[in-house]
Write a protein that binds this ligand. Structure first.
Ligand code: GDP
Ligand code: MG
Length: 598
């Protein structure tokens, strides 16, 4: 039976341990393609993209592999996103598999994302096949890393395969191991349809392309299907698989992993984790594990040039077509004018969107400091969710404030335990646990407020551990904290876009810090500008930006003209990211500086 020959698997790894390199090797082996043919096939696929108007995202490829037993197997290699912001998407991609190749660098050993990925794979009952990669490196210590895999993950060290993805060593063993150890999918092809969406993307010509795994039943073109979470119904136009080029199929059935096109206009109608079923004969229960993605981090996006406001709206609308997790609504700031409050899965997601708006839509942005979502109980018994510090009610109206917490795992060599704990402590962390991975490396577990890590935690961690730390976290829920709103005043005027929520115990230090920082960042103006931090009516810190002494150009007076022009250009460049707030020119960095700790 054909289904016995299907193997669905992912590759999971800490960043840089060799996932992409191994995927390339596997693609070469299985499609019996040389690299040049591979490139050509990709180019074909791109031609096809032009011809048929279909966008290709290589995250579920069908491959054929002739095994040592003489049989031909169908592999579906499913790619997973590589960042903690997208943990839910990773978990759904893994849910589409029966097994996972766990890559561990033979010189680095297990890192934070190795463990995070293992947890996700175990949650989804996957067969995990450990592979120690980069054994060609002089610094490789495969035996030590094998031992680590056994001690830390609990997989027998003898099960570890040794490989060098770079030099093509051990690839055949890996493929044979997939055949032997990854279970074939099971399920009833006659049952009502249950297919899980693990990704989708918007294609301007064909509408949404849904990536899905058939768990039960069979689906064919022309059929009417229903998305169980949203209740939306569509007619299937085309189904198929990527080889990597898209190949149409008559049907997709149990165990198959492929794509579906069904005149879907918006990715929010094909949500990751949702179950696709037939509209007329639906399945009784959707697949488990569906979650609606909620943004965790919010910030204000404002055009530097107010004329770009409509352009910014259009950009956000376009991006939203392809990004079910992106949220936005119009917002007005006294300081910044008209803009949008936007919600993101995390900081990386936020940075990606900002960059795309600036690059693809050519709009210069002022972005306010990212904020988490606070749950605030008011003294009148009501409760509100606040994602913008400026909207935090005055302290006397607030009964209590809860903020999101994460469980963070940091892995470092022994020598850096001190600096890591110091950092976590400074970020209001609660110590949970510390475990030795081997004689030399430690896994440190802390619970930390999400607000303390969204900004510069990872950078600080890297620099205080000389780059040796690896880090991962997951959300664990809300906890009460003694938080207050701190306002910032420029020239006596409260600037809403600079308000920040801080812990009471550190409010004075933070206030002092912020006003000093702003003094450095805001260029001198024609007049003296006082910078103040206040809690309620009370000023808790103050500094002064001195008035400009002389015109910059005065320096060049009599000097050569090209230097003068350069200076003017430089000034103009600097101006691009300035916003007139009241009558003070404030640069982009100032809006971020309220979160920086040092
Ligand atoms: P990913 O982040 O897990 O996808 O890692 P990549 O596949 O991009 O690899 C990260 C780096 O490690 C690249 O510079 C690769 O060339 C290198 N690399 C991958 N596999 C091996 C290997 O087996 N041996 C050596 N020496 N380098 C490797
Ligand atoms: Mg990669």
């Amino acid at each position: 039976q054909r289904r016995d020959k299907i193997r669905n698997f992912s590759i999971i790894a800490h960043i840089d341990h060799g996932k992409s390199t191994l995927a390339d090797r596997i693609l070469e082996k299985t499609s019996a393609l040389t690299q040049r043919e591979m490139k050509n096939q990709m180019l074909d696929a791109m031609d096809l993209e032009r011809e048929r108007g279909i966008t290709i995202k290589l995250n579920a490829v069908q491959l054929t592999y002739k095994a040592n037993d003489g049989e031909e197997y169908i592999f579906h290699l499913i790619d997973t996103p590589g960042h903690v912001d997208f943990a839910y998407e990773v978990s759904r991609s893994l849910a589409a598999c029966e097994g996972a190749l766990l890559i561990v660098d033979a010189a680095q050993g297990i890192e934070a994302q190795t463990l995070a990925n293992v947890y996700l794979a175990l949650d989804n009952d996957l067969e995990i096949l450990p592979v120690i990669n980069k054994i060609d490196l002089p610094s490789a210590e495969p035996d030590r890393v094998k031992q680590e895999v056994e001690d830390v993950i609990g997989l027998p060290m003898d099960d570890c395969l040794l490989a060098s993805a770079k030099n093509g060593i051990g690839i055949d063993d890996i493929l044979e191991s997939v055949v032997k150890h990854v279970p074939a999918p099971d399920g009833d092809p006659e049952a009502p349809l249950k297919a899980m969406i693990f990704d989708s993307l918007y294609d301007p010509y064909r509408g949404v392309i849904v990536y899905m795994r058939i768990v039960e039943g069979t689906v064919k073109p022309g059929e009417k299907i229903k998305m169980m979470a949203t209740g939306k119904e569509f007619e299937v136009q085309e189904i198929g698989v990527f080889t990597p080029k898209p190949v149409s199929k008559e049907e997709l059935t149990v165990g198959d992993v492929g794509f579906m096109i069904a005149s879907i206009k918006n990715v929010s109608d094909s949500r990751v984790g949702d179950t696709v079923t037939h509209a007329e004969t639906p399945t009784a229960e959707p697949l488990p594990g569906y979650r609606r993605l909620n943004p965790m981090v919010f910030c204000g996006l404002y055009p530097v040039d107010t004329n770009d406001y409509n352009g910014l709206r259009e950009a956000l609308e376009k991006l939203e077509l392809n990004d079910a997790a992106l949220q936005f609504e119009a917002e007005t700031s006294q300081a910044l004018g008209f803009g949008f409050r936007c919600g993101f899965l995390g900081l990386l997601h936020m940075e990606i969107i900002q960059e795309r708006i600036e690059r693809e839509f050519d709009i210069d942005l002022i972005t306010t400091a990212p904020s988490v979502v606070y749950e605030v109980q008011l003294t009148d018994g009501e409760s509100v969710r606040i994602d913008n510090p400026a909207e935090m009610p005055d302290a006397q109206k607030v009964e209590s404030v809860q903020e999101p917490y994460v469980k963070a795992e940091v892995m470092v060599p022994n020598d850096f335990v001190g600096p890591v704990m110091e950092l976590c402590q400074k970020k209001r962390g609660d110590y949970v646990d510390m475990k030795y991975l081997d004689a030399n490396r430690v896994n440190i577990v802390y619970e930390l407020p999400l607000s303390e890590i969204v900004y510069d935690f990872f950078d600080t961690l890297k620099s205080s551990t000389k780059g040796y730390a690896s880090f991962d976290y997951e959300l664990i829920g809300y906890k009460e904290s003694r938080l207050v709103k701190m306002d910032i005043l420029l020239n006596g005027e409260k600037i809403d876009a600079l308000s920040v929520i801080v812990h009471r115990d550190t409010a004075y230090d933070r206030g002092k810090n912020i006003v000093e920082k702003l003094k450095e960042l805001i260029p001198r103006q024609q007049f003296e500008v006082p910078v103040q931090a206040s809690i309620g009516q009370k000023i808790i810190a103050r500094s002064t930006i001195k008035a400009m002494r002389k015109n910059v150009l005065a320096k060049c007076y009599g000097g050569d003209i090209s230097r003068k022009r350069k200076l003017l250009e430089k000034q103009k460049e600097g101006k691009k990211r300035m916003k007139n707030v009241g009558n003070v020119e404030v640069p982009q960095e100032a809006f971020m500086s309220v979160l920086s700790m040092d």
